[in-house]
Ligand binder design. Structure first.
Ligand SMILES: [Zn+2]
Length: 480
């Protein structure tokens, strides 16, 4: 590092060098504090073990909102406020059964869960012939003749031969998201999908599905990867197998929920905002530790680091806990509507007739523009970089800070996607950024009962908080 600075100094004017040295001192302080303090880990423990799964609309989600507000209220921030967003409230129900060969001696119960947002089967459940398909092409080829009246079993394993596991997930999540609608087109009465994970274990993984307005809504369940293999093997021996499905999920009336926002106002350019956050909601079948309790506590920690070290940002730095990422991103939509309003008109919307657009901001607001938005929603494992969705200029600027990040394992500053929540700010021209973490184990936990507090390592979590804080510090100091 010292050699780098010396070489750098030979070619650049003194003041630039001086400033990079100063930056490295501040960044070192951020690192020391982030890695020595346990607040974020304790926050995660509370969120996971005392509140637990917190799907939007649920009492647990409401508890999480209140808890986050209390945490922020205790931090001596300039502004803390709730922002309303109306959300769905889907309830899993008591029963989740998938049984092979029901009523027979050879019957086996599979590890299964309802896919998020699915309709139920009714109390009695349904029994039908099951047919395995690999993908949507095969479904189409089989057509109505083979599919009608049956339960379709989508058994498409995630591809293990990719390095970044989000790619593997992306290749199979579509069967969970669109499988029910695609199968219903050919007259299927329900679907069972292989869990979207690379792990071979007994945990079923949930996640949202999307129905189409014009297609019949049929129930969807996910089975663990081990049980998907088991079912497939049995179907090879007996293609006439029956499955019994029962799930009692219901859709409750929509309810009012909130994003939670906390900020330190900028001393020179308070109208320029740097946002960072994660999503507070989490699937109800686990504790939402990696997804996305980690992102929430890491980004709250950014504020704590600035406060503790007495760093006064020039620009406004703002934490947002987004509600409802998992189902319909109503929180992200409400926040983006607010950001657009503040950019275009700089005043508050208080439209009581349109609940989703109600925005409450306790300070008198001027115009605001969003310079950058950083999302932490790729799990709490070791970070190694940032993925940047912005202009080439913005990318080059962030890359120019690489020597400051490199000693702390942040070596990848590349163009790429950001996140579902901050993505809604794209039309405003905001630079969108995601913290990139080691993804090898992420989908072992994601959306499953296995996503628990004990799966998050404290140091790895702290490294994430530090990395975001360092980036916020540099964007604040130099703009973007
Ligand atoms: Zn997430």
């Amino acid at each position: 590092m010292i050699r780098t600075i010396i070489v750098f100094c030979l070619f650049f004017p003194f003041f630039i060098c001086h400033s990079q040295t100063n930056d490295s001192v501040v960044i070192r302080k951020l690192f020391n504090e982030a890695l020595s303090d346990h607040t974020s880990y304790k926050n995660l423990e509370f969120l996971c073990t005392r509140i637990g799964g917190r799907i939007c609309g649920s009492p647990q989600a409401e508890k999480a909102v209140q808890w986050t507000k209390e945490v922020l209220d205790g931090m001596d921030l300039d502004t803390v406020f709730l922002q309303e967003c109306k959300v769905r409230y889907w309830v899993r129900g008591e029963t989740e059964e998938v049984i092979v060969n029901p009523g027979k001696k050879s019957s086996i119960r599979l590890n299964a869960c309802a896919v998020g947002g699915t309709v139920g089967t009714g109390e009695k459940g349904i029994t039908a012939n099951v047919i395995e398909v690999y993908d949507f092409e095969e479904l189409k080829k089989l057509g109505k003749d083979e599919i009608e009246g049956k339960i379709v079993f989508f058994n498409h394993p995630a591809n293990p031969a990719v390095y970044y596991t989000f790619e593997a997930y992306g290749g199979v999540a579509k069967y969970r998201v669109y499988g029910a609608t695609e199968a219903a087109k050919y007259g299927a009465i329900a679907v069972v999908v292989r869990s979207a994970t690379l792990a071979h274990d007994d945990y079923p993984h949930t996640g949202i599905l999307h129905y189409a307005d014009t297609i019949k809504q049929i129930p969807a369940m996910a089975v663990s990867t081990n049980d998907a293999d088991k079912l497939s093997k049995q179907l090879k021996q007996d293609s006439g197998l029956n499955l019994f499905l029962r799930l009692t999920s219901t859709e409750q009336p929509e309810t009012m929920s909130h994003n939670i926002i906390g900020e330190i106002r900028g001393t020179e350019f308070p109208e320029e905002v740097i946002v960072f956050g994660g999503h507070l909601d989490a699937w109800d079948n686990g504790q939402g530790a990696h997804d996305d309790g980690a992102g929430i506590v890491q980004t709250i920690e950014v504020l704590r680091l600035f406060k503790t070290l007495g760093i006064k940002p020039k620009r406004t730095i703002r934490f947002v806990a987004f509600m409802d990422e998992e189902m319909d991103q109503r929180g992200a939509k409400a926040y983006a509507a607010y950001a657009k309003q503040m950019l275009d008109n700089g005043y508050l919307i208080l439209d009581k007739n349109n609940a989703s657009s109600i925005i409450q901001h306790p300070v008198s607001a001027g115009f605001e523009s969003h310079l950058a938005a950083i999302e932490a929603d790729r799990g709490g494992s070791t970070p190694f970089g940032f993925s940047i969705d912005g202009t080439d200029e913005q990318l080059q600027k962030i890359k120019s800070w690489k020597d400051l990040f490199y000693p702390y394992g942040i070596y990848s500053l590349e163009k790429g996607g950001s996140g579902v929540d901050v993505g809604k700010l794209k039309p405003l021209g905001t630079a969108l950024i995601a913290l990139v973490t080691d993804s090898q184990r992420y989908f072992d936990y994601h959306h499953s009962p296995n996503d628990t507090f004990d799966k998050v390592n404290q140091r790895e979590l702290q490294l994430g908080s530090f990395s975001i804080a360092a980036l916020v510090f540099l964007i604040d100091k130099y703009g973007l």
